[in-house]
Design a protein around this ligand. Structure first.
Ligand SMILES: [Cu+2]
Length: 470
């Protein structure tokens, strides 16, 4: 993983590229250099070297934007631009984002900081940035047409306000939203508390990411922006499993995970092996009396949730959206379910005509992961990811919380798969099986019809024939 110094090396290269395009060199001279990220890896926490101290977050498959201090003001530079996002190894999407990636970099500040954000528009159309959840002067709220004129292509606008309350926030365009959010424009914003806060606990690990969704036809690169609900790629920070990194923690760490939802539907996010509490929303930290333990928290559209847990169970714990279609990658959904139908022979015959034809939903979907079916270039397999015991049959919004005794404090690297102590893994029973008492029917008898044929009634519907009876 690159160090902060590497970030600045990248800066000097890409900074020059920005300066030679739409934005003039003179205009750029006054701005902080834009820092561009070209890799989709989870970057180590960015320790604050200037400004008020705080404990940094780690953005899942993302990074935090460096800043410069200018007379006590924290200055950031966001560049709205087309990006190429590797959504999982072998599959790249052409998206729009900020500073080289979608989502854009996480912005981390401290309660009370005066923040100045330069936004340079390198998109082919106008944009504006809304700072979702912030208390700020109305003219800084970033709603094009309502609180400001849009930022034309090639221009740079400046936003300036004080980060008044601590919490977990987001940023996203409020100009041609449907297109720009469907193309991946968004980012996390964390405001850390200034000192000890009665409702915000100190934690050992602090993660954040955004839920986002795309509709990209298998074999193509650009999302369909007209899609309203039937997305085929459900992602965390524009990554799909197995491209989503694991969350690696030390045994007994206090862990905070901040999740924002910028998709078009809710996501019940579920963690195995531990219970957690919702300690914060977009409105800031939740009052202590309102907290209770859960293993699933529903995150509605436009919401943020901050969950906290003590990672006191060693192992590899699944962490995922509980809508089962959201743990899958690109596929057609208009497929009949044929569970219980054995049509191996039909498939063989069709295969002579259409070599790629495959039967779906015959014995469930698990066979999908084992079939080495040819897929178009630049497509992620639908259900995939291999664990120590074989295929996980998962895609989309899925990751693993890895809790390890020997994970060093501050070390976020993947420790590999859990080595289960002997005798602690589910195993095959090989003893005798008792006959079930319901086994009175012969085992292959078809189910009896719900009604004998003679009892089937024809339904007659009388339709109204005009309005004169009103
Ligand atoms: Cu979901």
């Amino acid at each position: 993983m690159p160090s902060r110094r590497d970030f600045f090396k990248l800066t000097s290269l890409t900074g020059a590229a920005v300066a030679t395009s739409a934005v003039s060199r003179v205009a750029m001279a006054a701005l902080p250099e834009p820092v561009i990220q070209s890799r989709p890896d989870t970057m180590p926490p960015l320790l604050p070297e200037t400004g008020r101290p705080y404990r940094p977050v780690v953005t899942l498959n993302g990074w935090t934007l460096p800043w410069r201090m200018n007379n006590g003001v924290k200055e950031f530079h966001l560049v709205a631009e087309p990006v190429i996002r590797e959504m999982t190894p072998g599959f790249k999407a052409h998206l729009w984002g900020y500073n080289g990636q979608s989502p854009g970099p996480t912005i981390e500040v401290v309660e009370g900081d005066r923040v100045r954000i330069f936004v340079t528009n390198k998109l082919p159309e106008h944009t504006a940035v809304h700072w979702h959840g912030q208390r700020l002067p109305n003219g800084m709220d970033g709603v094009s047409g309502l609180t400001q004129p849009p930022i034309p292509p090639g221009k740079t606008f400046v936003y300036e306000f004080v980060a008044r309350r601590p919490g977990t926030f987001m940023y996203h365009p409020h100009a041609d939203e449907m297109t720009q959010m469907a193309m991946g424009m968004m980012g996390c914003w964390i405001t850390h508390p200034k000192g000890r806060h009665p409702l915000i606990s100190e934690v050992d690990r602090d993660f954040c990411f955004l839920l986002n969704a795309y509709d990209i036809e298998p074999g193509s690169y650009t999302p369909k922006i007209m899609t309203m609900l039937d997305f085929n790629l459900w992602s965390w920070n524009s990554r799909i499993f197995p491209g989503i990194d694991s969350l690696n923690v030390r045994l007994n760490d206090k862990v905070r995970i901040r999740i924002g939802n910028l998709t078009m539907t809710n996501h019940p996010i579920h963690l195995h092996g531990h219970e957690f509490m919702v300690t914060g929303t977009d409105g800031g930290p939740t009052p202590k009396q309102t907290r209770w333990y859960e293993v699933t928290t529903d995150i509605a559209v436009g919401q943020m949730r901050q969950i906290e847990l003590i990672a006191d169970e060693e192992g590899d714990w699944a962490f995922h959206c509980h809508k089962s279609h959201h743990t899958m990658n690109a596929m057609g959904h208009n497929v009949p379910t044929l569970i219980g139908v054995d049509h191996r022979n039909i498939a063989k015959q069709i295969n002579r005509l259409i070599p790629d034809y495959m039967v779906m939903g015959e014995r469930g979907m698990a066979d999908m992961t084992e079939m080495e079916m040819p897929i178009p270039d630049n497509t992620a397999p639908m259900m995939t990811g291999t664990g120590p015991f074989g295929s996980l049959e998962m895609g989309g919004m899925f990751s693993v919380l890895k809790v390890r005794r020997d994970q060093k404090p501050g070390d976020y690297q993947d420790p590999g798969w859990f080595k289960h102590p002997p005798g602690t893994v589910a195993y095959e029973y090989t003893g005798p099986l008792a006959e079930p008492t319901r086994a009175a029917l012969p085992s292959h008898a078809p189910a009896p019809p719900a009604h004998p044929p003679s009892e089937v009634t024809e339904v007659k519907v009388r339709k109204p024939n005009g309005h004169h009876s009103h």
